[in-house]
Structures are given as structure tokens and as C-alpha cells.
Design a protein around this ligand. Structure first.
Ligand SMILES: [Ca+2]
Ligand SMILES: [Ca+2]
Length: 471
């Protein structure tokens, strides 16, 4: 690999790190003792003793990595901040890692961790690891290393909240006993309690990350000729302030994007956020039923140089609006969700396969047109403000009624997020409800069927003769 890097002239721009995320293992027939892979250390992969967690880290990088060795414990959480510093990029402030770049460059005073913490929750067992753990390889386990002290503890129940006095705690002095063969917890009980407290304080039940870089918020739908709002944020999740922050938006060719807020900030403090919004308009002749990409790009001057974070999002143009009076089942929907199989056109829902429903039917009367659904269902159509009235007959279909009387749903119609209609509870006994709604000005018409009685069996519901007139 080094030869190839040199052949491509990349050696001055490259750092190679060779390490492992665990000690030697015995899976797939490997004998880790053949070459004494864990050396003087105790344990294998999955042990929290040093043989399971301590491995060499070998670094190569002409001009960046100096010759020599170091005993600085370097966890893999250091890799991100190390590579960020080597690459001249800011590092997130909410990671535990510390940059080891100065250490690689030969500095003796690279920041060291106050302590390292490990947690294990494993069901898998290998025989050598289980023997090293004294048959506790499937117990919950934690470990802490602080300077030359190492504490390992095991929970006899698979419960991290088990009280401290229920855990089996061991303490080792790695300076005198690198092979962790002499448990000195009885002679150093106070040190043991101190390291257990460190285990406790190192644990987090949840760790929501702080935002970093650019995020883009878009509506799902872009209606040709209609403006919509796009919002982008640039978060400085690093520990150092940034200057001259800018958010820019790239929309498809021919689309207009007009800022409705400032998109620059002279200073972006550590943890600070720049928010910018635009009104974006696709031209009236934008192709229908197409997905379009927009890119927001945040840039700023970090101490290490100019940084650039692009974020891509998509909006879809809806199918063309109807140009004549139409049954909805003859139009292309924007989207359709359904509780049992796909929405059926011009039949009842039937079962879960597509096209398996009989004709829509209420009380023995059949209907040749309409939409067959099953709760919960949500179908959206693009009317593009071209519609006048929406009419239908909505109810529990005979497909359910013939099998059981328990089907119970409720139908709703929305015009652009405005609720236009909620039916009473629909059952086989109530029969269908007639729908006749003014939909002038409505761009997106949504037909929703919800369960009405906390059970979704026999909730086959049909929108018979679902139809829109166009002005
Ligand atoms: Ca079906
Ligand atoms: Ca129901």
C-alpha cells in the first residue's frame, strides 16, 4: 500500500493508521496463541482485560508522523479529531476523542485522557475468552483505566442499574502486573470505589449529538408556479468560533430563489447557528411528476481554514392537474398509503394482493368507479386549484360487511391541510355517506380513512364514484 501511495505521489498527503478494535480472537479456527498474539496481556476479544482491549497503533506519514514509540493510551474515539486536525478541518466539540496529531508529530505533551471506559453487553462466548473471564463472558461488564490502575467489574444479572454492591469488582496495578493476574481490590478498596464511581459517571443512557454543518428543510411537494419556503441551517458544532459564515442555495435551472432573511453572519460562535430562508418558485411549465434536487451550502472561516458543508434535499413536482371532469381513479395520485395491500382503482380493497378486490358495493348495489381502501389510508391528488366540486359515496364496503359487522372507520377529506369533511363513524349498519364538497382553490386533495374503534379488522372502506369536476 505504501508503495502504491508513493507511485501515485500521494505519500505527502496521506497518513496510514494500522490498528484493531479488539484484541486477538479465536473465531474461524484461529489459534491466537500460535504467535502469542496478546503477548504478556490477559485476555482475548470480548474480554475487558488488557488483552481484549489493548492493541498497537502503528502510524505512517512522511513529514507528519515522526519516528518513535509512545505509551499514551489512544482509544479509537481519538481517530476523528486526529484526522480532522491532520486534514485541517474542525472537529465536533461533543465527542470524547482527543486529537493525537501532536503525538504523531513527535510532541511529548499530546493531550492524554483522564481515564478510559469500556462497557460490554455480549451474548457470544468463545472458550478462551470465557476462561479468562472465569466463565463470566456473557455477563455485563465494565472497565476503567486511569493511569496505571485498571478496574474491571461484572454484573451477575443483565442489568446495568444493578446496585454497586452486587457487582464483582477487580482492581489491577498495570505497572507492577501488566498481565492482570493479581486482583488488589482488598488492599486498595478506596481506589476501587473511585474507579467504580468513574464507571458510573462515564455512562450515559442517551447521548443526543449536537448539530454540525448544514441541514436543509424542504416541503415534500413543489407545485409549478407556486412559491414555497426552504430553510437551511449552518451549525458550528466545533469548539472554536467561525467567521464570515454564509449559507447559499442552489435550485434547479430556471427556478427562482429569493432570500427572505439574511444568509450571512460575521461571527458564528462555538455552538452557534446561522439560519436562512428562501422563497423558491419553480416555473409554471416545470415538468410534472419529477423529483428535483436543491443544495444548500454553508461556508465559514474556521481557524484551520475555510470550511464547506453541502446538504442536498429533494422536492417532487406533482402529477399534472386534471383538465376535465374526472374520476379520481383515472388520475395519477401524488401518494397513496393503505392499511392492507395497495389502494385499488375501481374495485374494493379485497385482500392484500393488488387487483384482487370485487366491484365496489354498498348494500348490494355495485359501483363501476371509485377507490377501494382499508384503514388507515391516505391518498393525495393534485387538483392545482382547477377543481370545482368533489363528490363520492364513502362507506364500509360489502367485502367487509359480508364477512363481519365489526368494521368501523371514519373518512376525512382535506384540501391543502384544511379539513373539509369528517364523516360520522362508518359501519355496515350505517351504510355509506354522501360527500359533496366545494374544492375551489384546493391544490392538494387528500382522502383519509381512519380506524374508528381501535381495531382495524374488516375496515374495508370504498370511495365509490370519487369524482372531481373542473371549472
Ligand atoms: Ca387488494
Ligand atoms: Ca375499525
Amino acid at each position: 500500500m505504501v508503495d502504491r501511495l508513493r507511485a501515485h505521489g500521494l505519500e505527502q498527503d496521506t497518513v496510514v493508521l494500522v490498528t484493531s478494535d479488539n484484541g486477538p480472537h479465536e473465531e474461524g479456527g484461529v489459534n491466537p496463541d500460535l504467535f502469542d498474539a496478546n503477548g504478556p496481556l490477559r485476555g482475548y476479544k470480548r474480554n475487558l482485560y488488557e488483552g481484549g482491549v489493548r492493541v498497537p497503533l502503528i502510524a505512517w506519514g512522511p513529514g507528519r508522523v515522526s519516528q518513535g514509540t509512545s505509551d499514551r493510551p489512544t482509544p479509537l474515539t481519538d481517530v476523528l479529531p486526529t484526522l480532522a486536525e491532520l486534514g485541517g478541518a474542525p472537529s465536533p466539540s461533543d465527542v470524547d476523542g482527543l486529537s493525537a496529531a501532536p503525538l504523531l508529530a513527535g510532541s511529548a505533551d499530546s493531550a492524554r485522557h483522564g481515564h478510559l471506559y469500556w462497557f460490554r453487553d455480549e451474548w457470544g462466548v468463545t472458550s478462551r475468552a470465557n476462561a479468562q473471564d472465569n466463565k463470566r463472558a456473557t455477563w455485563l461488564a465494565e472497565a476503567v483505566r486511569q493511569d496505571d490502575w485498571k478496574a474491571v467489574r461484572f454484573a451477575p444479572e443483565r442489568d446495568h442499574n444493578l446496585p454497586d454492591d452486587k457487582w464483582q469488582v477487580e482492581l489491577y496495578d498495570l505497572a507492577a502486573d501488566p498481565g492482570e493476574s493479581r486482583n488488589v481490590i482488598d488492599r486498595h478498596a478506596a481506589k476501587g470505589r473511585e474507579l467504580v464511581a468513574l464507571m458510573r459517571s462515564s455512562w450515559k443512557d442517551a447521548y443526543p449529538r449536537k448539530p454540525f454543518g448544514t441541514r436543509l428543510t424542504l416541503p415534500r411537494l413543489a407545485v409549478p408556479g407556486e412559491a414555497f419556503t426552504v430553510t437551511a441551517t449552518l451549525d458550528n458544532g466545533s469548539a472554536r468560533p467561525w467567521a464570515d459564515a454564509v449559507l447559499a442555495l442552489r435550485a434547479p435551472t430556471g427556478w427562482t430563489a429569493t432570500p427572505v432573511s439574511p444568509a450571512t453572519a460575521d461571527q458564528l460562535a462555538a455552538g452557534g447557528r446561522l439560519t436562512a430562508s428562501w422563497r423558491v418558485t419553480p416555473p409554471a411549465n416545470t415538468a410534472p411528476a419529477t423529483t428535483w434536487a436543491l443544495v444548500a451550502e454553508g461556508t465559514a472561516d474556521a481557524p484551520s481554514g475555510r470550511v464547506r458543508y453541502p446538504a442536498t434535499g429533494t422536492v417532487a413536482t406533482p402529477p399534472a392537474a386534471p383538465v376535465r371532469d374526472s374520476y379520481l381513479s383515472d388520475l395519477t395520485w401524488i401518494s397513496a398509503t393503505n392499511g392492507w395491500g395497495p389502494v385499488e382503482r375501481d374495485t374494493s380493497n379485497g385482500r392484500s394482493a393488488a387487483g384482487d378486490g370485487p366491484l365496489i358495493s354498498f348494500g348490494g348495489t355495485t359501483y363501476p368507479k371509485g377507490l377501494g381502501v382499508h384503514a388507515p389510508s391516505d391518498i393525495a391528488y393534485h387538483l392545482g386549484a382547477a377543481g370545482l366540486r368533489f363528490t363520492s359515496l364513502v362507506g364500509i364496503d360489502d367485502f367487509s360487511a359480508k364477512q363481519s359487522s365489526v368494521g368501523a372507520t371514519r373518512a376525512k377529506v382535506y384540501g391543502d391541510d384544511r379539513l373539509l369533511l369528517t364523516t360520522p363513524t362508518l359501519t355496515a349498519a350505517t351504510g355509506p355517506v354522501r360527500v359533496d364538497l366545494d374544492v375551489r382553490g384546493v391544490r392538494v386533495l387528500r382522502l383519509v380513512v381512519e380506524d374508528a374503534d381501535n381495531r382495524t379488522s374488516f375496515d374495508h372502506t370504498s370511495w365509490a364514484l370519487a369524482h372531481v369536476t373542473v371549472g
